[in-house]
Write a protein of this length. Structure first.
Lengths: 1066, 360
C-alpha cells in the first residue's frame, strides 16, 4: 500500500516535559517521526512544551509550536494551522491522552482532522482495564484472574475458584497500603479484613499472584495490511513485581527455549492484530518459570521507553517506521535503513547481548524510599552491548556513573548478612550488589534463587564473575588471566585496584601485551548481509570491524544516563555539536551509552560507539580513531570529568583547555581569578572542623550556605540561620569532615538570581541573553522559574552582568560555551556564584528563544572560527520583545518520602517553556505546561513559618481579593485573622477530626498549598507530611513565596477584583 | 576444557576450546542466525554432513530437554559456538548442551570469533572444515580437506529403512522421509492424519498401494539431485493425488516437473526470513534451512507457478502445479525452531485432500 496522498499537513504531538516514566526516549521517537514524515513529503506541524529537545528545533518540523500540551492550546493551533491529520502515538502517554481529549471535544470532527496511527478505539481497548480484559478473554489470551470484593466471603469464594497464591489490593489507599500476598485461607482472611478496613470505599481487588514469574517483553509492529513482526524481545532479570523501567533487562531473551519464545511471540502478534494497532506496540507478559503458563500483563499501544531501547538494541528504528506506517505505508515496501538493500518487514537477528540498567536519583535523595515496585522510580538508563552476559553487564554497571566499576557497592560495605538479605528482600535498588555480596559471603545460589526468583541462569553468571574475582586476586600480573578478565568485561580500574597498580599502568600493560578490544557492528542481521551501519560496540575478540577513515575526525563525548541535574539538555547540545562538526567537514564520532537519546541514533553521527564513558573505554576509541581531539564541553559533568585523564594520556581537548576548566572548577584558583578580574563573590571560607565552621559563620554573618566540598551540583547543600542549625547540619548531613573533606561555609546573600550562558572564541564573547529567576537565591537554578528577558533588574545591573561575563570569558580564556550564575542584592551589587566551563541546562532554552544556535556557534568557535567571522559581535544580543518563561517540572508523586521543599539541591526532572507577549501570559503557559492548574477561583491552603508571615499576609490578601477562599493551619490562621482576612482554620495533621489539614488536601478542597519550611524541628515533620500529601494528590504546593507570587500575578491578570466602596474609602 | 581448533579448506585456523565429543569429521561449515532453537537445529536431519555455527553468541542457555528434538539421532557433524553455557536453566532442562553432544558423538568448539567467521562464509561461501586437537598438523589437515569428496548419500544416511505407521482416524497421508523433522509429523498428527512414514526410495506403486489421501514430501539434507529415484517417484505420483512438499520436498517436486535447482553461496539458515504470499500480498516470517534453491528461470517451461517469494531478493519460496493438486514451499511451515506464521499451509494441505476426495 502506498503512502496517503489525500493528506498534506500533519500535526505531531510531543510528550512534553520530562518526568519519571516519560523521558528523552520521546525526543528520540518524536524527532525520528517528524523526519520520516518530511522525508515522505508531508508538511509537519509540531506541538511540544519541552524546549530541551531536538524535536522542538525549527529544523525538525515545518512549524514548531512550543506551547502547553492542553486541549486549549492544541485547539488554538488546529484553528490556526488546519492540519489534515494528527499523530499522537509518538508522544508517549501525554500525546495519546491529548489526542483522545481533542477527539472527545469534537474539534477533530469539526475541523476534519483525521487521527493517524493507531485509532482511538484501539487505544481505548488497550488502556481501559475492563475493555482490555474483555478483549483478551475474547481472543483467548490469559490475563491474571481478578475480582473486586466487598466482603471476606467474596474473597474466599474467588479463592475457591482459582486457588492460591493471591494478591490483595485495597482500593484507594496510598501506595497500596494494606495490600499483600495470601498463600492460604488464613492469610487471605486476615489481609482482606485489614484491607477492607483501610480502604475508604471498603473495597479490595483480589488477583491471582504472578509474582516470581519471568517478565518478558515483546516489541511488535503492525501495518494496515496486517503484516506484523517482532522487532525484539527482552527478558527482565528481575521477575514480575518490579516495574520494567526499574528492572535490569537483557535482550534478546536468554532463558526461554524456542517453544516458549514462539508461544509468547504468537500471543504478542495475536494481540497487536486484535487491537488493530498500526505502528509500534509493547506487550508485557509474565511466564511461569516452571510451566508453559503465561499471562498478558499489559500492552502499550504506542512507542515507549521500551521501544527506544529495542531500537537501540537492534538498530531497527521503530519510531521512524511507526510514522511511515501511520501515513499508510506497509512494512514490506519500506526499505530497512540499516542495510539499505532489504525491507523493513523482517525480524532482527542479534549476535550480541544487550543489558539495560536503570539510573536512580537516590544519590540526590538520601531520604527517598528505595524499594522498587510497580511504580517506576528511575530517571534514566544505560545500555551496553557485549558478546557475553558478564561483559555486557559489567559494562552497563560502569556506564551508570555511580562511582562503581564492578558488582560491588561501597554503600554496602560493612553490611552483615542480615542487612544484605534485608536489602535484597525489600527490592532495594542496590539488590544486585547485595546479592553479589551475599554470594561472596558464601550464601548459595539456590537460596538466593528461592528468595528472589531471579533465574539461576543469571545467578550462575554472577557466580562466574565472582569466581573470576578470586582468580584475579591470586594471579596478579598473569596475562592469560588478564585477557580472560577483560573478555568478561572487568574494568581496568577494578583490576588495577586489586593488583596494586594505577589504572594507567594496567592500561599500558595491556597495550604491551596486545590485550585490546575490537569493535563489532550492530547490523540487525548477525552479519548475514553486508551493512554499512556506523554503529559499534567493543569486545575482546579477533576481528575489528571499525575501520579508521583518513578524514580529519573529532570525538564528542555524550552525557550518559539521564539523572536529576544532567538531563536531555546535554544531549541536545551534543547533537548540535555533532551536526556542526559534520557540516564543517569533520568526521564526527560520538561515544555515549544512553539508549533513550537522539545522540545515540546512529544516523546522527558519522560513527557511534555505544560504550561506557570511562577513561578506559574512551581511550580505546581514541587509540583506534586517532582524532584531532576530543570535545568534552557538551556532555555535561560526565564528559568534563574525563578531561584531566584524557590530557594526562596526551589527548587534546578541543575548546576550553583543561587548565582553564580547572581554573573554573577549583575553588581556590577560581577565587584568585575572580579577585584578579575584580569581580565580587559571596564571602566564604573552608572549615575542617565543626567549631571552625561556627566561627566562620559568625564572622561572615548568618544566614550561611553550607556544603561539603566534595559534592557537586548542590548535593547536601543547606542554608542555615544560626549556630544551632549549623551544628545540627554538621551532625546529620555531613558524614565526614577533615582536611581531605572540608566544609564550605559561604555567605548566603538574599537577592535575585540571574543566569547567563555565553559563547567565547578565546578573544571575544557573545551573550545571547540574560535570564532572571523568579525564586530568590537559595532555590537551585534548575528548580527556579526562569524568565527572559529580565523583568526586574535595572539596566545598570544588566550592564554589570554583561561586563562581568565578558571579563570572565576572556580572563578564563574560554573557547566555547560557559554558564554563569549571579546574585544581585538589594544594593544592586552583583556577585558571581559559580562559573561552569561547559554547556548548561539552559542552552536549549536560550537558543530557542533568542534564535542563536548556541551549540552550533560554540562548536565552530572550538574549531577555530571566530565569533566575528560568524557574525556575532562582542556583547549581548538585543532583547526580544516577546517574553519567555521556563518552569521546572517535578516527579515528586513517584519518589516517595522525598521532601518537595525547594532548596539548594536540585529536584526537578524536566522543564516546560511558555512564551507570549506579556510576562503574565508567558507565565500562565509555562505553569500550565508544567502541570500546574491555574483556576480563576478556588481555595488556597496557607501554612507558613513565623518568619515568613508578614510576607505571606500580602499574598493571602491578594488571593482573598480575587475571590479565593483561604484555609490555614491554626497559627497562620490566627495571624491572618488578626490582620482582617477571612480564613477557615483547619486542624493540624494529628488532629483526629476529619477536617485536619491532610484531609483537606486529600479531598481536593484546595487548589494550591503554600507552605514554607520552618526551622522549628517540631513543625518540620508536619510540613513534610503536608508537602508529601500534596504531591501524592497532585495538588500544587509552593514552598517559595516567590512562586506563589508568580501564580498570583497570573490569576490576577485574568481576574477582576471586587473591593467594596467602603474599603475604598478606608 | 581442552583447546581445540577449527580448520577450514582455505587454510584458515580458528583456535578455541573443545566441548562435546572428540570424534572429528569433515563437514560443510554453515551458519544459522536463529537466536533460540539450537536443540531443534542440532537434531534437524537436513544438517546431515554439515558443521553448524550459531551466530548468536550464547548457546545452550536453556539446556537440552526431552521434547524439542526434530529427530532421534542427530546427523550434524559438528557444532560451533562463541560460548557454550555451562549452567543451563529451564524447567524442562534435562542435560547441558555439552553432555548432549558427548552422548551423540558430536564434536563442538567454542571461544572463536563466530561473527568474523560468519562474514568469511558470507563472502567466500560455505566451506569444508574439520575440528582438530590443538597439536594437530594443520597443513596436512588442509590438504586432506581439499582432497575430500563432498557427500552425496546424506538422504540415504538419515531416511528410515522400513516403513512404519502412525495410526489415527483421519486423512491417510504417506510421508516420504528424506530426513523428516518431527515437526512435520507433529503438524499432521495434530490434524488427525493417519500417517505412514516410508523410506525415501519407496516406489510410486508401493505408495499408491497404501491408497493414501495425500503424500507429504519431507525436508532433508544435501543436493536434491542426489536422489534421482525419488524424483522419478514424485513424477509418477503427480496427478494421482495431492502432494505437499517442504524444503527438499519442494526442490524434488520442482525437479520432477522439469525445473532446475542450484547451490546457494551460503544458503539461508535462520528464523527471520520474510516471505511474501503472492495470493494476498501478506508477509510471513519463516524458518529456513536450505543450501539449494529452485532456479526462477527454469520454471518457465514447467507447469509450476510461483506462489511465494522471498521479500528481499524475490527468489522462489513456493510453487504450485497449475493442473494438479501439488504445491510446495522452500521454508518450514512446521517451524521448530522459528516462527509459526506459515502454519496455515498444513491446513491448506488438509483442505486440498478434502477437495480432491470430492473430485474423485
Amino acid at each position: 500500500m502506498a503512502k496517503r496522498e489525500d493528506i498534506k499537513k500533519i500535526m505531531v504531538i510531543g510528550s512534553g516535559p520530562i518526568v519519571i516514566g516519560q523521558a528523552a526516549e520521546f525526543d528520540y521517537a518524536g524527532s525520528q517521526a517528524c523526519q520520516a514524515l518530511r522525508e515522505e513529503g508531508y508538511e509537519v506541524i509540531l506541538i511540544n512544551s519541552n524546549p530541551a529537545t531536538i524535536m522542538t528545533d525549527t529544523a525538525v518540523a515545518d512549524k514548531v509550536y512550543i506551547e502547553p500540551l492542553t486541549l486549549e492550546f492544541a485547539s488554538r493551533i488546529i484553528y490556526k494551522e488546519r492540519p489534515d491529520a494528527i499523530l499522537g502515538s509518538l508522544g508517549g502517554q501525554t500525546g495519546l491522552n491529548l489526542v483522545v481529549e481533542l477527539a472527545q471535544s469534537g474539534i477533530l470532527d469539526e475541523y476534519h482532522v483525521e487521527v493517524l496511527g493507531t485509532d482511538l478505539e484501539a487505544i481505548n481497548k488497550a488502556e481501559d482495564r475492563e475493555l482490555f480484559r474483555k478483549l483478551m478473554y475474547d481472543i483467548h489470551e490469559p490475563v491474571p484472574e481478578s475480582e473486586i470484593v466487598h466482603t471476606i466471603e467474596e474473597a474466599l469464594a474467588f479463592a475457591d475458584d482459582i486457588g492460591y497464591p493471591l494478591v490483595v489490593r485495597p482500593a484507594y489507599t496510598l501506595g497500596g497500603t494494606g495490600g499483600g500476598f495470601a498463600d492460604n485461607e488464613e492469610e487471605l482472611r486476615e489481609i482482606t479484613d485489614n484491607g477492607l478496613k483501610l480502604s475508604p470505599v471498603h473495597q479490595c481487588l483480589i488477583e491471582r499472584s504472578i509474582s516470581g514469574f519471568k517478565e518478558i517483553e515483546y516489541e511488535v509492529m503492525r501495518d494496515h495490511h496486517d503484516n506484523a513482526i517482532v522487532v525484539c524481545n527482552m527478558e527482565n532479570i528481575d521477575p514480575v513485581g518490579i516495574h520494567t523501567g526499574d528492572s535490569m533487562v537483557v535482550a534478546p531473551v536468554q532463558t526461554l527455549s524456542d517453544r516458549e519464545h514462539q508461544m509468547l511471540r504468537n500471543a504478542s502478534l495475536k494481540i497487536i492484530r486484535a487491537l488493530k494497532i498500526c505502528g509500534g506496540c509493547n506487550v508485557q507478559l509474565a511466564l511461569d518459570p516452571t510451566s508453559f503458563h503465561y499471562y498478558v500483563i499489559e500492552v502499550n499501544p504506542r512507542v515507549s521507553r521500551s521501544s527506544a531501547l529495542a531500537s537501540k538494541a537492534t538498530g531497527y528504528p521503530i519510531a521512524k517506521l511507526a510514522a511511515k506506517i501511520a501515513v499508510g505505508m506497509t512494512l514490506d515496501e519500506i526499505i530497512n535503513p540499516i542495510t539499505n538493500t532489504s525491507y523493513a518487514c523482517f525480524e532482527p537477528a542479534l549476535d550480541y547481548i544487550v543489558t539495560k540498567l536503570p539510573r536512580f536519583a537516590f544519590d540526590k535523595f538520601p531520604n527517598a524510599d528505595r524499594r522498587l515496585g510497580t511504580q517506576m522510580k528511575a530517571t534514566g538508563e544505560v545500555m551496553s552491548i557485549g558478546r557475553n552476559f558478564e561483559e555486557s553487564f559489567l559494562k552497563a554497571i560502569r556506564s551508570l556513573e555511580m562511582k562503581c566499576d564492578h558488582i560491588q557497592s561501597k554503600e554496602l560495605s560493612g553490611y552483615t548478612k542480615e542487612q544484605l538479605w534485608d536489602t535484597v528482600l525489600k527490592n532495594d535498588d542496590l539488590r544486585i550488589y547485595a546479592i553479589a555480596d551475599l554470594l561472596r559471603k558464601g550464601e548459595s545460589l539456590l537460596q538466593i534463587h528461592e528468595k528472589t526468583m531471579i533465574d539461576l541462569f543469571f545467578l550462575h553468571k554472577l557466580q562466574h564473575i565472582l569466581n573470576l574475582e578470586q582468580k584475579m586476586k591470586t594471579s596478579v600480573g598473569n596475562m592469560e588471566i588478564l585477557k580472560k578478565l577483560k573478555t568478561y568485561g572487568f574494568a581496568d580500574s577494578y583490576i588495577a585496584r586489586n593488583w596494586n597498580m594505577t589504572e594507567k599502568e594496567l592500561y599500558d600493560l595491556r597495550q604491551q601485551h596486545h590485550i585490546v578490544p575490537v569493535y563489532k557492528m550492530v547490523d540487525t542481521c548477525a552479519a548475514e548481509f553486508t551493512s554499512a551501519t556506523p554503529y559499534f560496540y567493543s569486545t575482546y575478540e579477533e576481528e575489528n570491524e571499525s575501520v579508521r577513515s583518513d578524514r580529519k575526525k573529532v570525538i564528542v563525548l555524550g552525557s550518559g544516563p539521564i539523572r536529576i541535574g544532567q538531563g536531555v539538555e546535554f544531549d541536545y547540545a551534543t547533537v548540535h555539536c555533532v551536526m556542526t562538526l559534520r557540516e564543517c567537514g569533520y568526521e564526527a564520532i560520538v561515544i555515549n551509552n544512553n539508549p533513550e537519546t537522539v545522540s545515540t541514533d546512529f544516523s546522527i553521527s558519522d560513527k557511534l560507539y555505544f560504550e561506557p564513558l570511562t577513561i578506559e573505554d574512551v581511550m580505546h576509541i581514541v587509540d583506534l580513531e586517532q582524532p584531532l581531539g576530543v570535545i568534552v564541553q557538551f556532555g555535561g559533568q560526565t564528559a568534563i570529568n574525563l578531561a584531566d585523564k584524557l590530557v594526562e594520556r596526551g589527548v587534546k581537548i578541543l575548546g576550553t583547555s583543561l587548565e582553564d576548566i580547572d581554573r573554573a572548577e577549583d575553588r581556590h584558583e577560581f577565587e584568585t581569578m575572580l579577585h584578579k578580574l575584580e569581580i565580587l563573590q559571596p564571602q566564604g571560607e573552608t572549615a575542617v572542623e565543626v567549631e571552625e565552621a561556627v566561627r566562620i559563620a559568625n564572622r561572615i554573618g548568618y544566614p550561611v550556605l553550607v556544603r561539603p566540598s566534595y559534592v557537586l551540583g548542590g548535593r547536601a547543600m543547606e542554608i542555615v540561620h544560626n549556630d544551632d542549625e549549623l551544628r545540627i547540619y554538621m551532625a546529620t548531613a555531613v558524614k565526614e569532615i577533615s582536611h581531605d573533606a572540608p566544609i564550605l561555609v559561604d555567605k548566603y546573600i538574599v537577592g535575585k538570581e540571574i543566569e547567563i550562558d555565553a559563547i567565547a572564541d578565546g578573544e571575544h564573547v557573545y551573550i545571547p541573553g540574560i535570564m532572571e529567576h523568579i525564586e530568590r537565591a537559595g532555590v537551585h537554578s534548575g528548580d527556579s522559574i526562569s524568565v527572559y528577558p529580565p523583568q526586574i533588574i535595572s539596566q545598570k545591573v544588566k550592564d554589570t552582568i554583561v561586563d562581568y561575563a565578558i571579563r570572565i570569558g576572556k580572563g578564563f580564556r574560554f573557547i566555547g560555551l560557559y554558564n554563569i550564575q549571579f546574585i544581585v542584592d538589594k544594593q544592586e551589587r552583583v556577585y558571581v556564584l559559580e562559573v561552569n566551563p561547559r554547556s548548561s541546562r539552559t542552552v536549549p532554552f536560550l537558543s530557542k528563544i533568542t534564535g542563536v544556535p548556541m551549540s552550533h556557534v560554540a562548536t565552530r568557535c572550538v574549531l577555530g572560527h571566530s565569533l566575528q567571522e560568524q557574525g556575532y559581535p562582542e556583547g549581548i544580543r538585543e532583547e526580544s520583545g516577546r517574553c519567555f518563561v521556563k518552569a521546572p517540572v517535578f516527579s515528586f508523586a513517584k519518589l516517595r518520602s522525598v521532601d518537595t521543599t525547594l532548596g539548594p539541591e536540585m529536584k526537578s526532572t524536566g522543564e516546560a517553556l511558555g512564551g507570549d507577549v506579556t510576562l503574565e501570559k508567558a507565565l500562565y503557559k509555562a505553569l500550565v505546561a508544567s502541570g500546574v492548574k491555574v483556576p480563576l477561583h478556588g481555595n488556597v491552603l496557607v501554612t507558613i513559618a513565623d518568619e515568613d508571615k508578614e510576607e505571606a499576609l500580602a499574598i493571602a490578601r491578594r488571593f482573598s481579593n480575587i475571590g479565593y477562599g483561604i484555609y490555614a493551619t491554626p497559627g497562620t490562621a490566627q495571624y491572618l485573622h488578626e490582620h482582617g482576612i477571612y480564613v477557615r482554620t483547619v486542624g493540624k495533621i494529628n488532629d483526629e477530626s476529619d477536617k485536619n489539614v491532610l484531609d483537606i488536601i486529600r479531598r481536593g478542597r484546595v487548589n494550591y498549598v503554600i507552605n514554607t519550611m520552618s526551622i522549628n524541628k517540631d513543625v518540620a515533620e508536619d510540613g513534610f507530611m503536608i508537602r508529601r500529601v500534596s504531591a501524592e494528590n497532585n495538588i500544587s504546593c509552593f514552598t517559595s513565596l516567590d512562586t506563589a507570587n508568580a501564580i498570583l500575578r497570573v490569576v490576577e491578570a485574568q481576574s477582576f477584583t471586587s473591593i467594596s466602596m467602603n474599603e475604598l474609602e478606608e | 576444557m581442552k583447546e581445540r581448533k577449527l580448520i577450514l579448506e582455505d587454510g584458515s585456523v580458528y583456535h578455541g576450546r573443545g566441548f562435546g565429543s572428540d570424534v572429528y569429521r569433515i563437514g560443510e561449515l554453515v551458519f544459522n542466525t536463529g537466536m533460540s532453537g539450537y536443540q531443534e537445529v542440532l537434531s534437524d536431519l537436513s544438517y546431515c554432513g554439515q558443521i553448524v555455527m550459531m551466530t548468536y553468541p550464547m548457546v545452550g542457555n536453556y539446556g537440552i530437554n526431552r521434547d524439542d528434538f526434530e529427530s532421534i539421532d542427530p546427523a550434524v557433524f559438528g557444532f560451533v559456538v562463541k560460548e557454550c553455557c555451562e549452567a543451563p536453566s529451564n524447567f524442562r532442562c534435562d542435560m547441558s548442551l555439552d553432555e548432549f553432544l558427548k552422548l551423540k558423538h558430536i564434536p563442538g568448539i567454542q571461544g572463536i570469533d563466530t561473527r568474523s567467521l560468519t562474514k568469511k562464509l558470507r563472502t567466500s561461501g560455505t566451506m569444508r572444515c574439520i575440528m582438530a586437537d590443538a597439536d594437530a598438523d594443520e597443513k596436512e589437515i588442509v590438504k586432506k580437506l581439499n582432497e575430500s569428496d563432498i557427500l552425496h548419500n546424506q538422504v540415504e544416511m538419515v531416511s528410515i529403512k522400513k516403513p512404519f505407521p502412525i495410526p489415527a482416524r483421519g486423512k491417510k497421508v504417506v510421508l516420504m522421509d528424506f530426513g523428516a523433522k518431527h515437526g512435520i509429523i507433529r503438524e499432521l498428527t495434530e490434524r488427525k492424519c493417519d500417517l505412514t512414514v516410508v523410506p525415501f526410495d519407496t516406489s510410486a506403486e508401493a505408495i499408491l498401494a497404501l491408497r493414501p489421501d495425500g503424500v507429504m514430501l519431507s525436508n532433508g539434507p544435501g543436493d536434491p539431485k542426489d536422489v534421482p529415484k525419488a524424483i522419478d517417484t514424485i513424477r509418477e505420483l503427480i496427478g494421482k493425488l495431492p502432494i505437499f512438499g517442504i524444503c527438499l520436498g519442494h526442490q524434488l517436486i520442482s525437479l520432477a516437473c522439469g525445473a532446475n535447482t542450484v547451490k546457494l553461496k551460503f544458503g539461508h539458515r535462520g528464523c527471520n526470513h520474510p516471505v511474501i504470499n503472492l495470493s494476498d500480498g501478506k508477509v510471513e516470517m519463516t524458518s529456513q534451512n536450505h543450501g539449494y534453491a529452485v532456479e526462477e528461470d527454469s520454471l518457465a517451461n514447467t507447469d509450476l507457478v510461483v506462489t511465494h517469494r522471498a521479500l528481499n531478493d524475490q527468489s522462489v519460496e513456493g510453487v504450485r502445479h497449475v493442473k494438479y493438486p501439488v504445491f510446495s514451499v522452500q521454508y518450514h511451515p512446521e517451524a521448530s525452531p522459528g516462527p509459526e506464521d506459515a502454519n496455515y499451509l498444513f491446513d491448506e494441505f488438509m483442505n486440498l485432500m478434502e477437495r480432491e476426495r470430492g473430485v474423485r
